[in-house]
Design a protein around this ligand. Structure first.
Ligand code: GN1
Ligand code: MG
Length: 365
């Protein structure tokens, strides 16, 4: 079916070096921010066309500059290992003018990637083995980018995983109460208020110079990895929009939030949300194996705390968006962001209940 969005996408696709005519152009993936389409050309070649959300990424050009530097560096690394970079790293398709992106009339940035051959994202609940491979891939991503030449990458979204800043944004949303929803979220606000020490725990260590900034991915959800169709190995890390200076602990923590959680990110009944300890153990093992010597003792000691901080932060982000009237994350039903927030807080509670077991796992793995 042709919609105004898909008609625009078709016009934009024609500006890139994509063989025409297209036999198919259809929405693709599960992202909450950008618009993504799968393009299939007459010869069967597949491409991913994306529109960056301009209200989230205010400086799309800087996002694209980061991505070019990061992918070029990763490609070199895989080539040096004798591997075909196209199987492991996103490869951009240029426009006819030779640029890696273009803008539509409204100023939004569009780009095209070659689809990675014989690889797929995993959407379902992962097995411990798959979790191991996912965490190893995200750990290795950090280790491969540790020697990215200066200057530092642009901060594409300032204060992205600055948890105290996220708390401040929540407090501002409460004070403004634009959507008149504050009265309904007293239990959630109380839950956050009891955890101010957690909000500050990692940020204080960064301030004190006790946790290093590295080049990190910052959105380490399971569906941001492509797995090989045949071997099942994690092959390519995708969604590079938020690759920038950050904490390895945030990448590990977000992996736990997304992968060791029982129940969906937007599970409507928080009682169904839990924590899979076996998966957690494999995430620790995988992330350490992947990041290798990169991880410092101070980081290893905080793995479980990082899972709690990032899950609390994500809950605060969803709650803030609910209070502001759902302007940031795409929603698919009324109250969706509140359900997401509650599910994150249920996971925080599960992480707290299992704190002893998590500490023992981190020690023993
Ligand atoms: C957003 O769009 P997507 O699904 O890749 C968000 C992440 C959140 C995630 C929650 C730029 O990622 O930070 O963790 O939703 N991306 C941005 O599922 O805010
Ligand atoms: Mg993302």
């Amino acid at each position: 079916m042709s919609t105004p969005k898909s008609d625009l996408a078709r016009d934009i696709a024609a500006q890139f070096d994509v063989p025409l005519p297209l036999v198919s152009l259809a929405p693709w993936g599960t992202g909450h921010i950008n618009d993504t389409f799968l393009l299939i050309a007459a010869d069967g070649a597949r491409f991913i066309l994306q529109r960056l959300n301009p209200t989230v990424f205010l400086q799309g050009a800087l996002v694209m500059e980061n991505i070019e530097r990061v992918t070029t560096h990763l490609q070199k690394k895989y080539r040096a290992r004798g591997l075909d970079p196209r199987r492991h790293v996103l490869e951009q398709v240029p426009t006819h003018a030779g640029a890696f992106w273009c803008q539509d009339a409204g100023g939004a940035v569009w780009r095209v990637y070659h689809a990675v051959a014989d690889a797929h994202p995993v959407i379902a609940a992962p097995t411990p083995q798959l979790a191991y491979h996912a965490a190893r891939a995200f750990g290795e991503f950090i280790s491969l980018l540790a020697d990215l030449p200066a200057p530092p990458l642009h901060e594409t979204i300032p204060h992205f995983h600055d948890t105290p800043a996220r708390l401040a944004q929540l407090q501002q949303a409460v004070a403004a109460d634009t959507a008149r929803r504050v009265a309904h979220v007293a239990p959630e606000l109380a839950f956050v208020a009891q955890r101010h020490a957690d909000v500050h725990s990692l940020a204080d260590l960064v301030k004190a110079g006790r946790l290093p900034l590295r080049v990190t991915h910052n959105d380490t959800k399971l569906d941001n990895i492509l797995f090989d169709d045949h071997t099942g190995d994690a092959r390519c890390v995708i969604d590079l929009d938020t690759v920038m200076p950050g904490l390895a602990l945030h990448d590990f923590g977000d992996c736990v939030r997304a992968t060791a959680r029982i129940g969906a990110e937007d599970e409507p009944d928080p009682r169904n949300v839990g924590l899979n300890l076996e998966v957690f153990a494999q995430l620790v093992r995988g992330f350490r194996d992947g990041a290798g010597a990169q991880l410092a003792a101070a980081e290893c000691a905080l793995l479980a705390q990082a899972a709690k901080v990032i899950t609390l932060e994500q809950g605060m982000r969803f709650l803030t968006d609910h209070l502001k009237g759902d302007t940031y994350f795409k929603i698919h039903r009324p109250g969706h962001n509140l359900e997401r927030a509650r599910a994150q807080f249920a996971l925080v509670a599960a992480l707290e209940r299992h704190a002893g077991a998590l500490a023992a796992i981190v020690q023993s793995v």
